[in-house]
Design a protein around this ligand. Sequence first.
Ligand code: E4P
Length: 215
Amino acid sequence: MKIFLDTADVKQIREAYEWGIIDGVTTNPTHVAKTGRPPAKVYREICEIVDGPISLETIGLKAEEILSEGRALAKIHKNVVVKVVNTVEGLKAVKQFTAEGIKTNVTVTFSPLQALLAAKCGATYISPFVGRLDAIGHVGMDLARQIKTIYTNYKYPTEIIVAAVRHPLHVLEAALAGAEICTMAFDVVQQLYHHPLTDLGIEMFLNDWKKVPKQ
Ligand code: E4P
């Protein structure tokens, strides 16, 4: 499963990318707002760091606005994926982007039928927001599993990005569900490395090594 970093924080992206396990980046208006920096600068820097798909979100709600914003975003770098909201207007734009060869990530997706419609319009990626469903008492990962079944049934090439991930268990479940990608915050990526038995095991080996005669 590919791991994307879900942030616009260039410092975090640079650090995590050096670990060798980051395959791409997803941003959104909230992430960009948190940086307090102009989006154009942030986007250019991310594209310089990461050699992989980088989702940049459109803001307009009308298809024509989404199309003109998305075309401009796609010109920033060959790795740019235009993020579009899952609405009638958004999917009209996705259909056109597909015809123009511009990659898309259909975001704020909360139902398998929304995901079916996005795939029909040729979306490159679909982003089910699992953590936000969990927060209102639904099993968010069921959405990713249902999308996987539908896309497999009909051989849609649209790839699933499990999004709004809150903890490592979401990452595990995304991988078990066969999602192609899971996007997560920096701290969740960090948590994936840690296991107390690994720390203890290293400590034991190092202590035992001290007892080994050196000559
Ligand atoms: C995905 O592409 C989104 O950026 C992200 O996962 C949104 O989720 P959150 O704001 O609920 O964390």
